[in-house]
Design a protein around this ligand. Structure first.
Ligand code: UT7
Length: 331
């Protein structure tokens, strides 16, 4: 049987500090009722502390997953950190994480594809495993979104939060693991979801800082429309081409951007609420953290042989679906 890449352990880390809707009501012109009904979010976490970047949370998640799998970090051959908020623009965050956790035999790199980063990371890690050359890949999804959010902008500050999740991927010869993927991009989307300055097109200057051009900007309604259509389309397509009906699917693992987008995707797939992983009410949108943090929260309910469909949509635009069979029972 061909080698497939299976998830063999899940870890996570969420910072202590909770920013509730009630507190946001005192910061911007919003209400708990608006945020809850439009997004499903009740609170989100924020990483506090001087000079702590995304790697702080990623390292905690990585240590958690390695301990759960009982792995010596020296056995890890590749570390991928999916993030949109690297510690620094140039030095690889994955390299720092690998060194800090003792993965001294690994090579490592960051993967940037906004909210679809972890989904693309799953495909990337699985391809390294399926090649037969790698047997232990550490895949992390981590973001300190609070570092790029304007807390005077009610259209974005109510949505995002900080967090990190991590999985180990290993070869499987019984057919469990990643089975199929549909991944897409459309560069026209960068008009609707972006950070304008700080890149090569518009380097940082006094002016860009003064104008708030280093914060996330999104045209919410446009992004919403694209997200609903594309997440639902590719999830339906992946079901069709693998001859899956709703009853065959144990869990939908959706990106946590908006509860309404999640429900629309589940409805199109014909899947009931009880089979949809949702933790947006507690963490908000943690960007690259959402998918692994769903696995982290629901791990105890996952059984060997469960069919999972992952779906995400994000900046770029970038989106897709992945069909994966779970490889282990809860311990
Ligand atoms: O993860 C990456 C991909 N991102 C997404 O998938 C996000 C997609 N977009 C969304 O989830 C939704 O568009 C939002 C949650 C961002 C916004 O919800 P919406 O239902 O699309 O609201 P809207 O932008 O159409 O705004 C409706 C009204 C506006 O007021 P007027 O013009 O009707 O008077 C906004 O100014 O709500 C206002 N508004 C708010 N009111 C209270 C916008 N933000 C807020 C707020 N509190 N925080």
């Amino acid at each position: 049987m061909a080698i497939t890449a299976a998830i063999t352990a899940v870890g996570g880390y969420i910072p202590e500090f909770r920013l509730t809707n009630k507190v946001l009501e005192t910061m911007v012109d919003t209400t708990d009722e608006w945020i809850t009904s439009r997004t499903g979010i009740k609170e989100r976490r924020m990483l506090k502390g001087e000079n702590l970047g995304t790697s702080f949370m990623a390292i905690k998640a990585a240590e958690d997953v390695l301990a759960k799998r009982n792995l010596d970090p020296k056995e890890i051959e590749l570390v991928i950190c999916c993030t949109t908020t690297p510690d620094m623009p140039v030095a690889s965050t994955a390299a720092y994480i690998a060194t800090q956790i003792g993965a001294v035999n690994a090579f490592s790199f960051d993967l940037q594809s906004a909210c679809s980063g972890f989904l693309y990371g799953l495909e990337t890690a699985a391809s390294y495993i399926a090649s037969g050359r790698y047997t232990k890949v550490l895949l992390i999804g981590a973001d300190k979104m609070s570092s790029i959010i304007d807390y005077t902008d009610r259209t974005t500050c109510v949505i995002f939060g900080d967090g990190a999740g991590a999985v180990v991927m290993e070869p499987n010869e019984e057919g469990y693991g990643l089975k199929d993927s549909i991944l897409r991009t459309n560069g026209a989307g960068r008009e609707f979801l972006y950070i304008e300055a700080g890149g090569s097109m518009m380097p940082a200057s006094e002016e860009t800082v003064k104008n708030g051009q280093h914060y996330v900007h999104q045209v919410g309604q446009q992004v919403f429309k694209f997200a609903v259509t594309n997440m639902a389309d590719c999830s339906e397509e992946i079901m069709k081409r693998n001859n899956l009906v709703a009853d065959d699917i144990s869990w939908l693992v959706p990106h946590q951007a908006n509860l309404r987008i999640i429900s629309a995707t589940a409805n199109r797939m014909g899947i009931g609420e009880d089979k949809v992983m949702v933790n947006i009410q507690r963490y908000g949108n943690t960007t690259n953290g959402t998918l692994p943090l769903c696995l982290w929260d629901y791990e105890k309910q996952l059984k060997k042989g469960d069919n999972l469909v992952f779906a995400a949509f994000g900046g770029g635009f970038s989106w897709g679906s992945i069909y994966l069979t779970w490889a282990y029972d809860p311990s």
